[in-house]
Design a protein around this ligand. Sequence first.
Ligand code: ADP
Ligand code: MG
Length: 291
Amino acid sequence: AVPVALVSGLSRAAQIGVLIKGGGALETLAKIRVLVVDKTGTLTHGSARLVSTRILGALGEEEVLRLAASLDQASGHPVARALVEEARRRGLTLAQPQDVTEMPGEGVTGRVDERHVVVGGAGLMRRQGLCFEPAGGAGGLAAAAATVLVAVDGAPAAILDFADPLRTDGGSTLVRLRACGIARVVLATGDRRDVAQALGAGLPIDSVAADLDPAAKTEIVAAEQRFGPVMMVGDGVNDAPALAAADLGVALGARGAAAAAEAADVVLLVDSLAPLPAAIRIARRARAIAL
Ligand code: ADP
Ligand code: MG
C-alpha cells in the first residue's frame, strides 16, 4: 500500500497542476539533482511567429510557404503548427500532402502537388544531401528563434526564421529550481547550436547540447546520470525516449505531444514550468513523513 503521506503529496501536487503517476515517481522527484530541459516548446512557448523569409531558389515566397505549410500539416511540431497558421493568415489554400515521412524533432518529407518537399532543421537537410548556406548571416540571430529550412525538388528553396519567445517565467523557474537542490541544469535541443547557445547564455544553465536527434537526447540523459538522479522536461514526440530514459520524465501536457505525456512520470497540466519547484518541495515533505 502507498503510505498516506505519499497519497496526500500526490493530491497536493495535482492541486497545483502537477500530475504525478504514483508514489514511486513522487519519491524520485524528491531526490532529483540534475535537470535536462528541452528548448522549443518547453523553455520557449513554441508558439512561434514567422519573422523573416529568405528565398533561395526560383520559387516565390507565397509558393514556398504554401508548399511547406501544406507538408507541415502532417506534423505536430510547434513550429510546424506556426507555419500552417501563418499560411492560413495569408489566405493560402493548402494542399493535401502525399507520401509523408515525419522524423520527430527533425522535420518532414513528402510530396505536395507532385513536387518533392522537405521541411525541417539543418541536420535533416544535411542527411538529404542539401547544402544551405549558414543561416543567421551577418545580421546575427535573435536568442529566441527557430529556423526552418525548406527544400523543393532537391534544391534549397527558403530559410524561414521564427521568433519563439522564452517563457516569461522560464528563467525565474530555473533559478528557483537551483535554489531547491537542483545542482546542474543542461539544455538539450534539436535546434541549432548558435540559437541554443544564445538562449542559454541568458539563463542559469551549466551546459548546452544542440543538434540532437531523439537518440542523442537520450544519450545526454544517460551521461548526466553520473551527476545524480536526472529529471528530463520536454514537450515533443522527439523527447519521448529521453523522458522514458530519465530517472523522472516530466512532460508539458497542456500543449505538448501525447507521446511525451505517455512516456513521462509526471505531466504538467498547466502550460508552464512554474509549479515544478513547489512540486519538489511537496515531494520532499511527503517523503520525509513517509520514511
Ligand atoms: P527542441 O528539441 O528544442 O524542442 P526540436 O528538435 O523540436 O527542438 O526542433 C528543432 C528544430 O527542428 C526546429 O527549430 C525546426 O527547425 C526543426 N523542425 C523539427 N520538426 C519540424 C517540422 N515538423 N517542421 C519544421 N521544422 C521542424
Ligand atoms: Mg520541444
